[in-house]
Design a protein around this ligand. Structure first.
Ligand code: ADP
Length: 395
């Protein structure tokens, strides 16, 4: 069975073609600058990437080029588009309706259109991607996999903000959570690695990348998470502030005459590691500058570590202790110093890592006498999307 996974962004479209029998990625690639030119990078395993300029006025032209490449003699892997059994779409927001991955039909698209106001960045390109697939691939089944659906069992006292309840009723302002596909994937992997059913485990998963979120998973169900109404809440990120005192926002607006778009831009694209360090949004650059003694870079890294510790600690409290702590994504998988600092002085919680295992980049980095298993697990959201999609395909 072959599944095509699509992740459409505002001016980009990422794709991966999976062979589900082997779990292998057959080809993958990225279309960039959709709407303002175009460029495609198309990779097959063990061969040089094929990169070329193109003309993509819309997502549909980009997808058409992807499909042409997939069946091309030189760069493809299949003879005909009919060999693709289904398409899985990454959809950032499923609103309150989609509690699990769902086959896409006109009704799903119509609902997603109604929630564009709460998902303005990712909603429109995802909808374009789905419509383009339908036009170009006819009746090939399409499945939506929602980042928010992993959080659909979160209880109301964890999702409703302490602001007038009418704002939830009227505008659906509440906490939704994001990165759910990644947290779902690594929590399931963690259970496999420790060799216990997920139903017997309490797990905290730390997805630390350009965007970062932390999730508390009880018996396989996400009970709390650090991102909220948008992916802005929680730990400081590459360019996002994470949680701050909300009154700072109108204060800045009044003091500097900023309008709503400008303050949103400041909080989304000029804050976090970049805003504090003044150097970069990239953790590697900030950590390097911190090691060289740059005060603001050091401050940014300390803030990040402290914020992760506080959220992990609060989830240990909510779960009454945990069995497994997971690090994933760019920073979580690669930054051993950050992992070491987050886990330092957490032995009260049973969290203790082995320095050598951590430095060597092992999967299980727990100290021998630790009660909590601390694991480093590479995330694979695309494979999770492919697995969900495959469930809706007939053999
Ligand atoms: P995205 O959220 O865009 O998918 P990633 O999960 O790829 O991001 O994470 C990107 C982050 O991971 C960057 O801040 C980068 O600096 C960090 N990172 C990647 N490799 C390392 C490394 N070896 N050491 C420290 N940080 C790293």
């Amino acid at each position: 069975m072959k599944i095509l996974v699509i992740n459409a962004g505002s001016s980009s479209l990422k794709y991966q073609l999976f062979d589900m029998e082997s779990g292998d990625v057959l080809v993958k690639g990225l279309c960039e600058r959709i709407g303002s030119g175009g460029e495609i990078t198309h990779k097959r395993p063990n061969s040089e990437p094929y990169k070329t300029e193109a003309e993509f006025p819309t997502h549909e032209e980009a997808l058409a080029m992807v499909l042409d490449l997939l069946v091309s003699k030189e760069y493809g892997f299949i003879e005909s588009i009919d060999e693709i059994d289904a398409v899985g779409h990454r959809i950032a927001h499923g609103g309150e309706k989609y509690k699990q991955s769902t086959p896409i039909d006109d009704e799903v698209i119509a609902y997603l259109e109604t929630i564009v106001p709460i998902n303005p960045l990712h909603g429109p390109p995802a909808i374009k991607g789905m419509k383009a697939c339908k036009r170009l691939m006819g009746n090939v089944p399409q499945v939506g996999v929602f980042d928010t659906s992993f959080y659909s069992n979160m209880e109301d006292f964890r999702t409703i903000y302490p602001i007038p309840y009418e704002l939830y009723e009227q505008y659906k302002i509440r906490r939704y959570g994001f990165h759910g596909t990644s947290h779902r994937y690594v929590s399931a992997k963690a259970a496999e690695i420790v060799g216990k059913p997920i139903e017997e485990l309490k797990i905290v998963t730390c997805h630390l990348g350009n965007g970062s979120s932390i999730t508390a998973v009880d018996k396989g169900i996400a009970i709390d998470t650090s991102m909220g109404f948008t992916p802005q809440e929680g730990v400081p990120m590459g360019t996002r502030s994470g949680s701050i005192d909300p009154t700072v926002i109108p204060y800045i607006m009044k003091a500097t005459n900023m309008n709503a778009d400008e303050i949103e831009d400041l909080l989304n694209r000029k804050s976090g590691l970049l805003g504090v360090s003044g150097i970069s949004n990239d953790n590697r650059n900030v950590a390097k500058a911190a090691n060289e003694g740059n005060y603001r870079a050091g401050l940014a890294i300390k803030m990040l570590i402290n914020s992760i510790k506080k959220i992990v600690g609060s989830y240990v409290a909510e779960l009454n202790g945990i069995d497994v702590l997971v690090f994933t994504a760019g920073i979580g998988e690669n930054d051993k110093n950050l992992r070491q600092k987050v886990c330092a002085d957490m032995d009260f919680f049973g969290i203790k890592i082995d320095e050598e295992l951590n430095n060597k980049g092992e999967i299980n980095i727990s100290a021998k006498d630790a009660k909590v298993q601390t694991l480093v697990i590479p995330t694979d959201e695309e494979y999770m999307i492919a697995l969900d999609t495959a469930k809706f395909c007939k053999e």
